[in-house]
Design a protein around this ligand. Structure first.
Ligand code: PGA
Ligand code: ZN
Length: 425
């Protein structure tokens, strides 16, 4: 059973405070987890509890830490750590709010992840096996190598320009191709006379004049690295369009021009035409603009993956609505948007059941915790975005996948603690 729970304030990759949780079981096993934090957060995300006031720019998490150490620790003492659904539901009930604002999603998620880890440790199995089903596979990874939008101080309004391995002999082989392309991209940026400083997710943040220029640079880098764009390495981007949606005019103020929703769709289509190696686009429209999002999906959903992040925030209720509306054909999955392991699993199952793909995601503020690498494999999420192949908080996830690939070579016993019995209606 759960013996004790202790949280503390630690710091994330941006130097902001975040929550770390240790869960100790009665057999002496410990599970530890660290909570990430976004910058371009969706409005409907579960609430990240911050102290306010003047200490650490108001971003302290002492309240969230206290909520873990007092209320949550007390409530969960003696609970079965192998019953993740019960543990998570107890915290949701204890919080009692729709968006976890009382205890804080950062408090609840830290405990939820740490309990899963403690349970896996207690059984002496890797986390991906503990949480996982059968026939586990390594994901296709999406690497943000040019950062714009809220993640960098440059003139590009698209937030993330990603490269992804397509044809590969193994996970390691695909990752090596990404690393090669990343290093060549640095040269391409240098030769064009720009600086090669990094943005929040480890990608370069050159002060380019347009998103099209960024795509051209990726295209050139793929070629110069010796690969065929679209064959070995493809391109994806996250527009994170909520951040250039004009709430008054309902238009999009993008890189010095104003676009109606339809014009913006035509602009994206022109990019797809110019760069046929683009295979995935995330949040092409603002989080309130569901009509445009659905219309865009109807037009382009057959030819390209369209990922919904901010409009649905890993929330099963919102995902259900989005599916009804025919919005997107893929769902971005972030544990801290919804706040528990169990709810995240429900979001994944719901999306899959309806023919949507799922892309697991890091946050722009990350920690060294590779939880999502294991979680991606465990849920066979097929896709993961975790930033550039640079900066330890990003690379640690990929390194963990390299380790898992090594292990998956051997047959392992299946330990499925999450039977597929969630009721979606
Ligand atoms: P965030 O960005 O972590 O800053 O929210 C990631 C994303 O928008 O996908
Ligand atoms: Zn996004």
């Amino acid at each position: 059973v759960i013996e004790s729970i202790k949280a503390r304030e630690i710091f994330d990759s941006r130097g902001n405070p975040t929550v770390e949780v240790d869960v100790i079981l009665s057999d002496g096993t410990r599970g530890r987890a660290e909570v990430p934090s976004g910058a371009s957060t969706g409005e409907k995300e579960a609430v990240e509890l911050r102290d306010g006031g003047t200490r650490l720019q108001g971003k302290g998490v002492h309240k969230a830490v206290m909520n873990v150490n007092q209320d949550i620790a007390q409530a969960l003492k003696g609970t079965d750590p192998f019953n993740q659904a019960l543990v998570d539901q107890m915290m949701i009930d204890l919080d009692g709010t729709e968006n976890k604002r009382k205890l804080g999603a950062n408090a609840i998620l830290g405990v939820s992840m740490a309990v899963a880890r403690a349970a896996a440790n207690s059984l002496k199995v890797p986390l991906y096996r503990y949480l996982g089903g059968t026939d586990l596979e390594l994901p296709q990874t999406f690497h943000n190598v040019i950062n714009g939008g809220e993640h960098a101080d440059n003139g590009i309004d698209i937030q993330e320009f990603m490269i992804t391995p397509v044809e590969r002999d193994s996970f390691r082989d695909g990752f090596e191709k990404i690393v090669n392309t990343y290093h060549v991209l640095k040269k391409v940026i240098e030769e064009a006379g720009y600086t090669t400083g990094l943005g929040d997710e480890g990608g370069f943040a050159p002060d380019l004049s347009s998103s099209e220029e960024a795509l051209q640079m990726l295209h050139d880098a793929i070629l110069k690295a010796g690969y065929t764009p679209g064959k070995e390495i493809a391109i994806a981007f996250d527009a994170a369009a909520s951040y250039f949606f004009n709430r008054e005019t309902k238009n999009y103020d993008f890189e010095g021009k104003t676009y109606s929703p339809r014009e913006l769709g035509e602009y994206y289509a022109s990019l797809f035409e110019k760069f046929p190696e683009i295979i995935s686009i995330e949040d092409p429209y603002g989080e309130e603009d569901w009509d445009s999002f659905a219309e865009f999906t109807e037009k382009y959903g057959q030819q390209i993956q369209i990922v919904a992040d901010d409009p649905v925030c890993t929330n099963p209720k919102l995902i259900r609505e989005a599916i009804k509306k025919g919005m997107a054909n893929s769902i971005l999955i972030k544990l801290n948007q919804i706040g528990t392991v169990t709810k995240t699993l429900e979001a994944i199952r719901l999306a899959r059941k309806n023919g949507y793909t799922t892309m697991m995601s890091h946050r722009s503020g990350e920690t060294g915790d590779p939880f999502i690498a294991d979680f991606t494999v465990a849920t066979n999420s097929a896709e993961l975005k975790s930033g550039a192949p640079a900066r330890s908080e990003r690379v640690e996830k990929y390194n963990q996948l390299l380790r898992i690939e090594e292990e998956l070579g051997q047959a392992g016993t299946r330990l499925a603690h999450f039977p597929d019995n969630v009721d979606y209606d």
